[in-house]
Each structure stands twice: as structure tokens, then as C-alpha cells.
Write a protein that binds this ligand. Structure first.
Ligand code: SAM
Length: 446
């Protein structure tokens, strides 16, 4: 179904017609007439669809720097409401920031912030704070057409972070049901969010006092902004970023591209802004995809709130927690020295070399002195001397995992009356099915 709503029309109007008069027309926004936004329903929500044939290497989108939401544009916009901030760098001064100084509470809050305080925040913290506040400002925000097209919190119903922060029905049971690697990942995402929220909160308290926190930055609103950023950010080098993780931007319209394991579009960020170029040709009425990266389903679920139920070639099974307790201290020392400590995985094509090395080391009481081991690690031997013991241990581990997963795949058919709980349990069931399929394959092919 073609998406036709007022919000989308406002977004297109904003991207196409709010041009910086100082820019050459060649630098203006461009949305190819060969694409449209289409609603794929349960199969990914909104995505980009071809309405004409598209060739390989065609530029289909170009969003100029002034319409990208990132640290640069946020600081440039906030500075318009703050007399104490004077920006001199060209990457701020070249941005189009139509001056609109509404006398609302948020303008007042911006006027209290200093440039060092803003630069102290990570991109994630700054953007989460800014989007939360700009959403509140509604028509007073330059970014309103973009913010109005961001997904609803209900679109993140499968994200474990939402279960935990919003304490959804059965959230404790759901978290316990997660596969180990998904739970480990979900815990890290939770820590990242809570840390970001605490820092934003401290800043608001330092300017406005504790009583204003719920008014300006209720945790549910920051959670929504944070998830929109996490699931829609695109890599782009920014001049003032402190870490690689800070190098990202949000790009309206580009962010309608759904994920597939196979790359079908590439992205380019330069002085012209953000561009999307096709890397394959498309017939009429085909969905255009971008690969978000080599992500397994547990990663996709925790970071983006979806999984690829079939054919995610990046799925793996981590067996580190079975192997790590078996190593002696000499073996651990060797593993650490040679960068082979932890992260032992199996995939749908077999066991990783790292896992093979770990299984071999378990058979060497003095690994540092073993020439057989050194030959395996240096690619001089294929390690067949270790194979029968490695296979026996691996079979034992695989049988334990297979048994556990078989006990959990019933979740795929969960029939809870509460529909979000049902969807969450079914997704967890698929994660167990993914693990089961890999383990069975590896066991059969030892
Ligand atoms: C960058 S946005 C893509 C546009 C999004 N579908 C929308 O409606 O705005 C990323 C989000 O799209 C959804 N998504 C992306 N690729 C998907 C896929 N292959 N299957 C299901 N959902 C997908 C997830 O909700 C993800 O968090």
C-alpha cells in the first residue's frame, strides 16, 4: 500500500521546498521520481518501493547537510536561541537555520546551555535530549515534518529495552525466556540507555531543578527518541565527534530504507549531504533495501526491534560460556596473549576458526610449547590431529544446546491473549529455532 498521509506530504514539502536560497540548485535535495514510500505492514512497516525501473549506480536520494539531524545541526539550531554561543567553524556556519525564536519554555532552556556543556554530551545524548524537546515544541520546531514521520513507540514492541523500561505485562518472564546471547545484548542496551538518560537528566536538573525532569524529559519520551535514533542512525564522519560511535546522522527519507542481508544500495556522505546510490537494478514495484550491517537476529532484535525470521546468514551460536570454564590458567594466558580469548561461535556454515583453535587449546596442557598448535594457528596444518577430541566435546555441547532449544521452540506457537506478549514470545521462539537449526547442521557435519 502506498503511504499517503498528511505527514508524509509535509515531509516531502519540507525536504523539496525548504531550500537554502544561498545554495546552488545542484546542492538541493533530490528524491528520485522513480521511488515512493510504501507500507509493507507486518513485513517491515514503511519502506521504499520502485515505481519505475531503476538502474544500478543511480542516485536516488540526496539530503543536504541542513536537513540531516546530527550534532552539527543540533548545535547550530540551539545557538540561534542562545546569545552566549558564538559559532565560528564553517561546518556550522554553512547550515541553513531559519531563525524562529518562539518564546516557549524550551527556547528558554536552550538559552541556559553553554557550548562546552553541549559538546560534552555524546551524539546519542544530545540528539535524544533535542528530539524529545523538539517533539514537545511541535509547530515551533524546524524539524516538525521529520519528527512527525518517526515511528511510534508501539513500533518498538518487540524491543527488549521497551519491555524493561516500560515494564510491559510479563516483562520479567519475557526477559528470562530470552536466549543467552539476546539477554546479554539486551542488558548492554539497557545499560547504554540508562547511562544516557542519567546524563541528560543531570543536565536538566542542573539548569531547571529536579521538579522539571518529568515535564521536560519524561523517561518514556527519551526512550522513544533514543530508539528512533538507534534504529535510524547512519554512519557519517562529523568534525567534532569524540568517538566513532559519535559519527552518525539521521537522514529524513533515507531512513525509510529497510534492511536486508544483501546490500542493494550504498550510501555516501560528503559536503553535498547524504546520498543513496543503487548497487543493483530494480524492476517496477520492488522494495529497495540497505544492509544495516552483518547483524545476527539477537542484535537486530535488541538494537532495531525486529528479526529476519528466515535466512539471516549472519546468525550464529555463541558457545563461549560452555568452553571458558574448561580452560586451565596456562591455557587462558595463552588465549589472551594470542587474542583468542572468548567469542567462540558456530554458524550455518560450520564452526569458526576461533572456536577450532579454542577446542585444540583445550587438548594442550602447555599450549605455549606446542608445535602442533602453532602449526594450526599459523595455517601450516589443518588441525586434523585435534579433530576427534574436538568433535567429541563439541557433540556434547551441541546436544545440551539442542535439548534446551527443543524445549523452547513451543514459544513459536504462543497463543497468549495479550497480543504483544504473543508476538514477543513467538519472536523468542524463532530465536531458539535459529539456534537449533545451526546446532543440528554443525552436529550433522562434524
Ligand atoms: C531505518 S527504519 C526503516 C523504516 C521503517 N520501516 C519505518 O516504518 O519507518 C528501521 C526500522 O524498520 C524496521 N525494519 C527494517 N528492516 C526490516 C526488515 N527487514 N524486516 C522487518 N522490519 C524491518 C524495523 O522496525 C527497524 O527498526
Amino acid at each position: 500500500m502506498t503511504v499517503k498521509d498528511n505527514n508524509l506530504e509535509s515531509l516531502l514539502e519540507w525536504i523539496n521546498n525548504t531550500q537554502d536560497v544561498h545554495l546552488k540548485p545542484s546542492s538541493h535535495s533530490y528524491i528520485s521520481p522513480k521511488i515512493e514510500v510504501k507500507d509493507y505492514g507486518d513485513n517491515g512497516g514503511r519502506g521504499i518501493n520502485s515505481i519505475q525501473k531503476i538502474n544500478r549506480s543511480e542516485t536516488i536520494l540526496r539530503i543536504p547537510p541542513s536537513f540531516l539531524l546530527n550534532t552539527n545541526t543540533v548545535i547550530a539550531h540551539i545557538s540561534k536561541h542562545n546569545d552566549s554561543i558564538t559559532l565560528t567553524e564553517p561546518y556550522y556556519l554553512s547550515l541553513y537555520t531559519p531563525y524562529n525564536n518562539p518564546s516557549d519554555k524550551i527556547t528558554k532552556f536552550y538559552s541556559l546551555l553553554s557550548l562546552p556543556e553541549l559538546l560534552e554530551l555524546t551524539s546519542f545524548q544530545l540528539l535524544s535530549l533535542y528530539i524529545t524537546l523538539e517533539k514537545k515544541r511541535q509547530s515551533n520546531s524546524f524539524w516538525k515534518p521529520f519528527i512527525n514521520m518517526l515511528p511510534d513507540i508501539s513500533d518498538f514492541t518487540l524491543t527488549p529495552l521497551v519491555w524493561q523500561v516500560c515494564k510491559v505485562p510479563n516483562y520479567e518472564q519475557l526477559l528470562k525466556l530470552l536466549t543467552k546471547s539476546t539477554k546479554d545484548h539486551a542488558d548492554k542496551v539497557y545499560q547504554r540507555f540508562i547511562n544516557d538518560y542519567d546524563i541528560i537528566k543531570q543536565l536538566v536538573i542542573s539548569k531547571l531543578g529536579e521538579d522539571e525532569v518529568d515535564e521536560y524529559i519524561p523517561i518514556e519520551s527519551v526512550l522513544w527518541s533514543w530508539l528512533c535514533i538507534n534504529s535510524r542512525c547512519l554512519y557519517m564522519t562529523l568534525p567534532q565527534s569524540k568517538t566513532t560511535a559519535d559519527n552518525f546522522t539521521l537522514a529524513p527519507y533515507v531512513d525509510f530504507l529497510n534492511h536486508s542481508c544483501e546490500d542493494q544500495c550504498s550510501i555516501k556522505a560528503d559536503g553535498l549531504g547524504f546520498q543513496v546510490i543503487t548497487t543493483s537494478s530494480y524492476d517496477i514495484d520492488q522494495q529497495l533495501f540497505l544492509s544495516y550491517g552483518p547483524h545476527a537476529n539477537d542484535f537486530l532484535l535488541c538494537e532495531y526491534g525486529f528479526i529476519l525470521p528466515k535466512d539471516n546468514k549472519w546468525n550464529d551460536v555463541n558457545i563461549s560460556h560452555y568452553l571458558l570454564p574448561l580452560f586451565s590458567s596456562a591455557q587462558i594466558e595463552f588465549l589472551k596473549e594470542n587474542d583468542y580469548y572468548d567469542n567462540y561461535t558456530l554458524t550455518s556454515t560450520g564452526i569458526s576458526f576461533r572456536t577450532e583453535v579454542a577446542l585444540a587449546i583445550l587438548q594442550e596442557p602447555n599450549p605455549a610449547e606446542s608445535r602442533k598448535l602453532s602449526a594450526l594457528i599459523n595455517g601450516i596444518s589443518d588441525g586434523s590431529v585435534y579433530k576427534s577430541h574436538s568433535d567429541a566435546l563439541l557433540t556434547e555441547i551441541l546436544e545440551k544446546i539442542i535439548h534446551k532449544c527443543k524445549n523452547q521452540t513451543y514459544l513459536e506457537y504462543a497463543d497468549d491473549l495479550d497480543l504483544p506478549t504473543r508476538a514477543r514470545k513467538r519472536t523468542i521462539g524463532i530465536l531458539y529455532r535459529n539456534i537449533l537449526d545451526i546446532c543440528k547442521y554443525v552436529k550433522e557435519n562434524l
